[in-house]
Design a protein. Structure first.
Length: 636
């Protein structure tokens, strides 16, 4: 999500890259545009740049792809400059328009700011700034941050404070909540870029007589391989000669210098060999970002985007979740949670089946359409049909500005960032997270749960990014098993309750990535047919529920494991940490951190994704672009 580049150089900078030596700094615009091009893979829907010239700050920005910004720059060129910032925006607050694109200007046009992330307390700050008479022209939280920085800067500068821009950035950051990377330039400081980061990426690139900033090293990889990793809550000021790092209170801090040995293509994948591996590893962030900014200061859920009249949401008597593929499995997880928390009957239907069976939907039905791309034709047509019948539609979507949210009554965006690999991973976890938020919101609104009960689930949810990271950090055993099993002809997956959709998702990932026959079953269904498939050596992956949840759930699945083992199956069990109940009669057990049963899919899915990805890689397949598949299925 969002690409950020910053540059400052002096006229006589020497840069040696790929054998090419230049006398004189790169122009800021060239560096920034090249960086933005390299960061395109992060996904974006508008782009902009600002440079410092002898006359002050000049900026150009355009909705759409970089090509639009390039033609704008051809029509209305910027003068040569040695200080500049650039941004590709993935819309969150406010649609992808020219106006909402970054940079945003403040302090009477003398300051330009770009931002990645979400300022959680922007509404409160906005009210404060409006009261002071500040005029805001966009719908973004970024403009609020720019105005805040501008107003602090003005006060410091008028008081004659030296070094006012870094100081103003420190003071602004002390007021901001949420996740952000901010970069600012000011006409009073012509050879300086100030940046800040909290829970959002930023790295420094070191040159000779020039320095760089980027969301990741691909933002400057064409110019330098020397980089500095920053810590949490740090401010960095770059000039052509210096890089100064402090914390948000001005105390000196240090970054870790490293050498970038990736090539440019690898840099876009964050050093991972594939986008899929990167996206699997992005999941703590995808879940964390989706949770961000959804509660007010009192801990109440505030789903701002959910603009359906509360009285309508209170009177809903049925929920229908519509989606396809992986998104439909997220929908199945949602059903368990929503029915449990809200006591509203919830059906999950594949979008393409829904439309053709004369479904019963009316004004009292709430349709939840889940789509990563927001462009899946089957789901779009189902949404149109449901709205024609009078139902209200909430989209859960990862792609701002796409068609399904546009045609729905409300949208809850997942903030997983762009998913490039064709098969879905991080979007799945983000969809489940958003569905939990929707369920909790409805429970809050309809009074099904007390505030402290909701707060407890939210607090469990906020622990998820760390727990997912723990699984990612301890995945060697899963990876080794996947490599050892690369000759498997068929793998079965079993789960019960929320483990059932997880089993189906595990099977789908293996089919898609490794082209191995795989099926997911409800464990209870085994004896009704699928057990006939079990023969000597048949691998079966079992998602075992927590023994701390409903005990019948756990013990029933343990019995299922014994039944298939007795018939020769090789069992691979995903169990909760501390659960040793199957240790003696399973070939492989992978543990995931303890968590309440309903939230477990955010954890139990992860080893299954890693398993499929590693097995497919061992077979030499392209995990990013499996055969016959497309990322957006825009035909029925
Ligand atoms: C599987 C996968 C697909 C999508 C499905 C729906 O890995 O990615 O099954 O989940 O095509 O796509 P969206 O969510 O874009 O509507």
């Amino acid at each position: 999500m969002c690409g950020i580049v910053g540059y400052v150089g002096r006229e006589r900078a020497q840069t040696v890259m790929a054998g090419e030596e230049t006398n004189g700094a790169h122009g800021a615009l060239d560096v920034v545009m090249e960086g933005l091009r390299r960061l395109e893979y992060r996904g974006y829907d508008s782009a902009g740049v600002a440079v410092l010239t002898g006359d002050g700050v000049e900026s150009r920005k355009k909705a759409g792809k970089l090509a639009n910004l390039i033609s704008e720059l051809e029509t209305d060129p910027l003068p040569r400059s040695l200080t500049g910032i650039g941004h590709t925006r993935w819309a969150t607050h406010g649609g992808p328009t020219d106006q909402n694109a970054h940079p945003h200007l403040a302090d009477g046009g003398r300051l330009a700011l770009i931002h990645n992330g979400i300022i959680e307390n922007f509404a409160e700050l906005k009210a404060e700034l409006l009261e002071q008479g500040v005029v805001l022209i966009s719908d973004t939280d970024t403009e609020v941050a720019a105005a805040l920085l501008g107003s602090i800067y003005r006060t410091l500068s008028e008081a004659g404070t030296p070094n006012a821009l870094p100081l103003a950035m420190q003071q602004a950051c002390q007021r901001l909540e949420g996740a952000f990377t901010l970069l600012a330039i000011h006409q009073d400081s012509p050879d300086l870029v100030v940046a800040a980061r909290r829970n959002s990426p930023l790295v420094v690139g070191l040159g000779d007589g020039e320095n760089f900033l980027g969301s990741d090293v691909s933002g400057f990889i064409d110019f330098t391989r020397r980089a500095v990793e920053l810590g949490q809550d740090q401010i960095v000021t770059i000039t052509p000669e210096d890089v100064t790092i402090t914390d948000f209170h001005g105390a000196p801090a240090e970054g870790r210098e490293f050498h970038v040995d990736w090539d440019a293509a690898a840099a876009e994948k964050g050093g991972y060999p594939s986008f899929m591996e990167k996206e699997i590893n992005d999941q703590p962030d995808a879940v964390g970002q989706t949770l961000l900014g959804r509660t007010d200061l009192k801990g109440n859920l505030i789903l701002d985007e959910l603009r359906i009249d509360e009285s309508i949401l209170r009177s809903v008597d049925k929920i229908v979740v519509l989606a396809c593929g992986t998104s439909a499995y997220a929908g199945q997880v949602a059903k368990y949670a929503i029915e449990h928390w809200c006591r509203i009957p919830t059906e999950v239907e594949l979008s393409h089946e829904f439309r053709y069976r004369d479904p019963i939907v009316n004004e009292k039905t709430l349709v939840v359409a889940i789509s990563q791309s927001g462009e899946t034709m089957d789901t779009l047509m189902a949404v149109r049909y449901a709205r024609e019948q009078g139902a209200k539609v909430v989209a859960i979507c990862n792609t701002n500005g796409s068609t399904i949210p546009r045609e729905s009554d409300a949208v809850l965006y997942t903030h997983a960032g762009p998913e490039i690999a064709v098969a879905s991973t991080k979007a799945f976890l983000a969809q489940i997270t958003a569905a939990y938020l929707l369920g909790l919101y409805l429970a809050q609104l309809r009074g099904n749960k007390y505030r402290d009960e909701i707060a407890e689930v939210l607090s469990d949810l906020h622990e998820m990014p760390e727990k997912i990271q723990h699984i990612l950090d301890n995945a060697d055993h899963v990876k080794k098993l996947a490599r050892d099993m690369s000759d498997a002809k068929s793998v079965l997956f079993l789960g019960r309750h929320v483990g059932f959709p997880v089993a189906m998702e595990g099977a789908l990932k293996l089919k898609e990535l490794a082209y191995i026959h795989a099926e997911g079953f409800a464990a209870g269904e085994l004896k009704h047919g699928p057990i006939a498939l079990i023969e000597d050596g048949q691998p079966v992956v079992v998602v075992l529920p927590s023994p701390r949840g409903r005990d019948s759930l756990h013990s029933k699945v343990v019995s299922n494991i014994q039944e298939i083992r007795a018939r020769g199956a090789i069992t691979i069990v995903i169990a909760e940490e501390g659960d040793e109940s199957v240790a003696d009669f399973s070939e492989h057990v992978f543990h995931v951190p303890q968590t309440p049963t309903l939230l477990a899919p955010l954890l139990t899915t992860v080893p299954l994704q890693i398993f499929a990805c590693e097995l497919a890689t061992a077979k030499g397949y392209d995990v990013d672009q499996p055969r016959n598949l497309a990322k957006s299925v825009t035909v029925e």
